[in-house]
Design a protein around this ligand. Structure first.
Ligand code: DP6
Length: 346
């Protein structure tokens, strides 16, 4: 690297929301606060090589994904830079070569925008420290605020463990513009949450999350939803402290099905669940009831099912997934993941 070049590199996790963000105001402001945990295995690794160039309105930006230049991703990345330029004007004096790769399989139908924008935001925030020769107090809070401008759920991916994005009276320091880690004492049963992701449909989703958020404007159930989300977030935080496993599954499943109910009742309405999504849900609920196994599910805005369980039951859940759920996944593909420790530079 030349002397006018600086390199930064961060690996950031994907996350799965238990209380969902669905609906937003202009400027990527959430309609309700959400809570998620960061994953361990599903991550994006991003490297930026920055080169000093003469100041211009939009300096050269190149984007490589898994080694290949991908100009088709540039519009979304350019929008992100347009959103951060006002607070990072020095960026206009740098040409950036951004290289990214995911640690989860190709075409898994897993949203990578959370881990991708978290990694990108961490990279530019570190780059800022190097270029301006400063040290940010609240480095991760600043990165979270910037990640949010790329994709809302990315705000929560700059931390490990559990985090909350959006202002909520029960979360100290919470904000509409950045996520905060939940530092409250979490009951030990929930410290090792596992997430087995059933890859039920690996196609690109027919309706993007961004389009889905837009359909919450004027949605007949919007007001009730935002009120319910706030109640659920309060209750979930109490459950996470008290260790009530039955209440935990009841709440996260209401959130997951409620998210899809909003899609099914919007104008236009749509269904992202597939027959095997519903079959998996039924098998999970039967097993919980009949075998007394602490296992439940959540969904994101797609057909895949996130099988949520506790690390104490890891072996039992593994054999349940292999025998009952794997047959519902085309090609028998699923990903075993768990709550993770958060981003790291590399
Ligand atoms: C269902 O963060 O992908 O996963 O802000 O438009 O990029 P944009 O949307 P995105 O929405 C995530 C929706 C969700 C719920 C959640 O992660 O909270």
């Amino acid at each position: 690297m030349g002397k006018n070049q600086i390199r930064v590199a961060w690996q950031a996790p994907s996350n799965i929301a238990l209380v969902k963000y669905w609906g937003k105001h202009p400027g990527q402001i959430p309609a309700n606060a959400s809570l998620s945990f960061s994953l361990d295995e599903c991550t994006t690794k991003t490297t930026i090589e920055a080169e000093k160039v003469p100041f211009s309105d939009f300096p050269r930006l190149q984007f490589f994904f898994e080694g290949k230049e991908k100009p088709e991703f540039l519009p979304k990345i350019e929008n992100f830079f347009r959103a951060v330029f006002p607070e990072m004007p020095w960026l206009k004096s740098y040409a950036l070569r951004i290289s990214s790769e995911n640690t989860f399989p190709h075409s898994s139908g897993i949203a990578s925008s959370a881990s991708a924008f978290a990694a990108l935001a961490l990279c530019i925030t570190e780059l800022e420290e190097k270029v301006l020769d400063i040290k940010h107090g609240g480095f991760f809070r600043i990165a979270s605020h910037r990640a949010r401008l790329g994709s809302g759920s990315a705000a929560r991916s700059v931390y490990g463990g559990i985090s909350v994005w959006g202002k909520h009276p029960m979360t100290v320091g919470s904000s509409q513009s950045f996520a905060v880690p939940v530092t409250d004492e979490i009951h030990e049963v929930f410290r090792g949450i596992t997430d087995t992701i059933l890859l039920i449909d690996r196609e690109t989703k027919s309706v993007s999350s961004t389009a889905g958020h837009a359909l919450m404007v004027g949605h007949p159930y919007a007001e009730m939803r935002f009120k319910r989300a706030a109640e659920n977030l309060a209750e979930l935080q109490t459950i996470l402290r008290s260790g009530e496993v039955d209440d935990f599954f009841s709440l996260i499943e209401e959130e997951a099905l409620g998210l899809h109910a909003l899609m099914m009742s919007s104008q236009p309405n749509y269904i992202l669940m597939r027959p095997n999504t519903v079959a998996a849900i039924e098998r999970i609920r039967n097993t919980r009831k009949e075998e007394n196994l602490a296992v439940g599910f959540t969904l994101d805005a797609g057909a895949n099912v996130h099988v949520i369980a506790l690390s104490a039951d890891e072996q039992k859940v593994k054999s349940f997934v292999e025998s009952e759920l794997k047959p519902l996944c085309p090609d028998g593909l699923y990903i075993c993941d768990r709550i993770g420790e958060g981003p790291k530079p590399f």
